[in-house]
Ligand binder design. Structure first.
Ligand code: FES
Length: 157
């Protein structure tokens, strides 16, 4: 017959061990739950037709050569030049005012920067060309992804 207390026998836990394992499992569960919540909150979820997501502008054949289509919700100008589609971000590369379409391209009402129809900087103070969004033609439709923007080339004029 054993003279040891049941907690000191093999196969039993001491009260201290039991509390330690309980505390450890609680901390683990809380950490995993908090991490999952942070990831779920930080992960961007943009719907189609919402800035930051994709925009289906329309049939590619409906956009004429040289035409500029303004999509206010997407904050971009869609153009077609040489058969290629480009989507320029409407926000000025200087201090962020909204650009306007002109007969020669785009102009900023705030400090007078202007850009040609290719988004290239024509007059300062803007430091670079217009930013562009990725454009794809999917099943004959022009799709602009406002979540993928490339910065315009730096230029001094
Ligand atoms: S914000 Fe456009 S030129 Fe300054």
């Amino acid at each position: 017959m054993s003279t040891e207390a049941p907690s000191q026998q093999e196969g039993y836990y001491t009260r201290r061990e039991l509390l330690y394992y309980g505390w450890l499992s609680s901390v683990t569960v809380a950490t995993v739950a908090a991490g999952g919540a942070v990831v779920a909150f930080a992960y961007p979820r943009f719907k189609e037709g919402e800035f930051g997501g994709k925009f289906v502008v329309g049939k590619a054949e409906d956009v004429a050569e040289g035409q500029v289509v303004t999509v206010r919700e997407g904050k971009f100008f869609l153009t077609r030049q040489g058969g290629e589609f480009k989507a320029f971000y409407q926000v000025c590369t200087h201090l962020g005012c909204l650009l306007r379409e002109t007969k020669d391209g785009f102009a900023c009402p705030c400090h007078g920067s202007s850009f040609d129809t290719n988004g290239m900087l024509v007059s300062s103070p803007a430091p670079r060309d217009m930013d562009e969004f990725v454009v794809e033609v999917v099943d004959g439709n022009v799709v602009v992804d406002t979540g993928k923007r490339s910065k315009g080339q730096s230029r001094s004029v």
